[in-house]
Design a protein around this ligand. Structure first.
Ligand SMILES: Nc1ncnc2c1ncn2[C@@H]1O[C@H](COP(=O)(O)OP(=O)(O)O)[C@@H](O)[C@H]1O
Ligand SMILES: [Mg+2]
Length: 345
């Protein structure tokens, strides 16, 4: 019943997932990445903090403090890490928590860093424990004690490192151990972007891609992008194709509406997964409260996807509440789904 009433929305579409997909790494999309602080739209307080920190480090000819960024996927954490390296005029080495499997892997990376370089560790909350422990002294003393062999043959060697800045990114700061968290001098959370900032990002990206878009079209696309720049860029490419094939190439509000309803994006920018999540709580659990494990089992979706990708935006727009006994949908969510169902009839 739920699936048929919402049938004009495709299911399983990834277009609105904040998560990074292979298509997000195409040269065209990568060219949209701001490279300097002044080009970065929104997150003003974070930008101000970084400007001051970068300037102070340069004046003192010191290495920048270690920086930790927290926030849902697609909001600009990786972009900021690259911007920091550009502003500091240093090289950046990019890796991720799960990619550093052993202490030796980390040692290899650290010993190749130049003075003042940036080491970016994405998904830092997924760093194996043994590697994380080596990071503590690397971050604090710029040295690591590495143990070779085991048992009676074990010997330890202290490696001195050049000073470097670690930039960490995480979608789940709660999973980070406090010794690791405490070693970052700068810790900032990125929030979803407001509509005005998203309009600016849409307009900027359209210009870089030489796409013609009017101001109403830009606003419509912005409000349907789940507060997320990565989604703006993705939708813009889809809508551009639609405008070229079905109209005169100019992106207007009507073009955005028509193109996005084909993609399963509703007026609030919600995806089919968002709607299935809400409907599960409403239909199966009487609106909640219900635990995330139960929702994930009913939906047959990974808990991590729900917690990292789906829930942050639904919490932000007040469609879901998290209570001590579980998740609850709100009246606003029920109204939104009711309107969609009414439109289908
Ligand atoms: N403030 C911004 N202004 C313009 N574009 C942005 C901004 N933040 C992010 N983007 C765009 O969104 C995309 C996703 O950003 P990214 O840094 O990869 O997100 P995250 O690492 O948080 O998942 C980037 O390719 C970039 O083009
Ligand atoms: Mg990233």
């Amino acid at each position: 019943m739920a699936e048929t009433t919402l049938k004009h929305f495709k299911t399983g579409s990834d277009i609105l997932s904040g998560e990074c997909l292979p298509s997000d790494k195409s040269p065209e999309i990568l060219s949209l990445r701001p490279e300097q602080l002044y080009e970065y739209v929104g997150q003003r307080e974070i930008i101000e903090t970084l400007k001051i920190a970068v300037e102070a480090a340069q004046m003192r000819e010191e290495t920048l403090d270690h920086v930790l960024f927290h926030g849902p996927p697609g909001l600009g954490k990786t972009t900021l890490a690259h911007i920091i390296a550009n502003e500091m005029r240093k090289n950046i080495t990019v890796t991720s928590g799960p990619a550093i499997e052993k202490g030796g892997d980390l040692l290899g990376i650290l010993t190749h860093l130049g003075e003042g370089d940036i080491l970016f560790i994405d998904e830092i909350h997924r760093t194996p424990k043994a590697v994380e422990e080596l990071l503590y002294s690397a971050m604090e003393d710029f040295a690591v004690d590495f143990i070779f062999d085991k048992g009676v043959h074990a010997r330890s060697h202290r490696y001195r490192l050049k000073t470097f800045s670690l930039v960490g990114a995480t979608t789940r700061v709660g999973l980070l151990s406090s010794p690791l968290r405490d070693r970052f001098g700068i810790f900032r959370s990125l929030d979803f972007y407001n509509d005005d900032d998203l309009v600016k990002i849409t307009t900027r990206s359209a210009k870089l891609l030489s796409v013609r878009i009017d101001s109403e079209g830009a606003r419509e696309l912005a409000i349907r992008s789940r507060g997320t720049p990565r989604i703006v860029n993705r939708l813009l490419k889809r809508v551009r194709d639609y405008a070229q094939v079905k109209s005169d190439g100019v992106i207007t509000r009507d073009v955005v509406r028509a193109a996005l309803s084909l993609e399963g994006v509703d007026e609030q920018g919600l995806t089919s997964l968002d709607r299935r999540y809400l409907k599960t709580i409403i239909d199966y659990y009487a609106g909640g409260p219900v635990g995330i494990e139960a929702i994930s089992a009913t939906l047959q979706e990974e808990t991590d996807t729900l917690v990292d990708v789906v829930e942050p935006y639904l919490l932000k727009i007040g469609f879901v509440m998290r209570t001590s006994t579980g998740r609850k949908t709100t009246e606003a969510a029920r109204k939104h789904l009711a309107v969609l169902e009414a439109e289908c009839v």
